[in-house]
Design a protein around this ligand. Structure first.
Ligand code: TYM
Length: 334
């Protein structure tokens, strides 16, 4: 079977970018015949940015409920919390020992942090943890432990998947063909969903639209999307319009074409925003209801996650980790 795997970092509330860029395509993939899916909550990764335990736990619950509300069938896919699978942390070490430091120096998140320090005139590594630096190795362990073929992600994660391929190749070269080389699967229409300010929608830019805010709140947030100062009646550019890009992510080809035509005909920004709210709400409203019901029963979600990890470890993680330990000269503990 083709193996599809993806994760979301449990550092906040899921937003429209996570949904359109990763969750929606991943759930669609999980329904295709001949596909085995691995979807998880990346809470080891969350520790890089969040040192507030309550927030990590809250976010884990929210993201789990989001996957389920969006239609993930926990009986048909492997659904688990990363830290319930200690083999991931263990493989992280084996990969750390084959990962080139020079490659990690080029990782976007680390480089951005270094550049920011440089621009502020402080020591280039000030405030940067080794965890941030090693982030791509942990992500490679997530992917390689399950020999995933396809990884549905937004464009921002592609570099990490290329690094995972690189580490896998090095490991295979040294120890034999243990890993398949994973590929990113990118949903072209939403590769990077913009946020309220037009930059990539991201928790770190504080420009997100949470997926499951009440409709009234959704209206308020959408009212804040940046637009230019063109008046009703003046033709609008679809190119570079965050409003249009978000609309497209929630519309079919026909609806997108109709909206593009309305832009040309000079629809007012207020009207365009109203249309966008309706477009998003049509897709999100039924899921929002399920989400609220799920969030009311956290113990059910917890039980589901524990069960998923236990079954998945017994079938995959523990025996494969045993084989990998043996391959590098350690004792097989499985
Ligand atoms: P994270 O938690 O930042 O984002 C989760 C997923 O959402 C996608 N995404 C977006 N897609 C389109 N437009 C946006 N504005 C947008 N913002 C976020 C991300 O590309 C991602 O697919 N390191 C990962 C989590 C992770 C992972 C993995 C993913 C850990 N291990 C293994 C795949 C495989 C991350 O922080 O994603």
């Amino acid at each position: 079977a083709l193996r599809v795997l993806t994760g979301i970092t449990t550092s906040g509330t899921p937003h429209l970018g996570n949904y359109a860029g990763a969750i929606r395509p991943a759930i669609a993939a999980s329904r295709m015949p001949g596909v085995e899916s691995f979807y998880f909550l990346a809470d080891y990764h969350a520790l890089i940015k969040v040192q507030d335990p309550a927030r990590v736990q809250r976010s884990t619950l929210e993201i789990a409920a989001t996957w389920l509300a969006c239609g993930l069938d926990p009986a048909a896919v492997w659904f688990y919390r990363q830290s319930d699978v200690p083999e991931i942390a263990e493989l992280n070490w084996l990969l750390t020992c084959v990962a080139g430091k020079g490659i990690l120096n080029r990782a976007h998140a680390y480089k951005a942090a270094v550049d920011k320090n440089a621009s502020e005139g402080v020591d280039e590594d000030a405030g940067i943890s080794a965890g941030l630096f090693m982030y791509p190795v942990l992500m490679a362990a997530d992917i390689l432990l399950f020999n995933a073929n396809k990884v549905p992600v937004g464009r921002d994660q592609v570099q990490h998947i290329e690094m995972a391929r690189d580490f896998a190749q090095r490991f295979n070269h040294l120890y034999g063909e243990h890993f398949v080389l994973p590929e990113a699967a990118i949903e072209d229409s939403v590769a990077t969903l913009p946020g309220l300010d037009g930059r990539k929608m991201s928790k770190s830019y504080d420009n997100t639209i949470p997926l499951f805010v009440p409709k009234s709140e959704l209206k308020k947030l959408i009212a804040g999307i940046v637009t230019d100062s063109r008046l009703p009646g003046e033709a609008k550019d679809t190119e570079g319009s965050a409003l249009m890009d978000i609309f497209r992510a929630f519309a079919n080809a026909e609806e997108s074409a109709a909206m593009a035509e309305a832009f040309k005909q000079g629809i007012g920004w207020g009207d365009a925003k109203t249309k966008l709210v309706e477009q998003i709400d049509r897709e999100v409203a039924p899921m929002r209801e399920r989400y609220e019901a799920l969030m009311a029963k956290p113990q059910d979600i917890e039980a589901l996650l524990r069960d998923g990890a236990a079954r998945m470890r017994a079938q995959y993680a523990t025996p494969f980790m045993g084989a990998l330990r043996e391959a590098v000269g350690l004792r097989d503990l499985s």
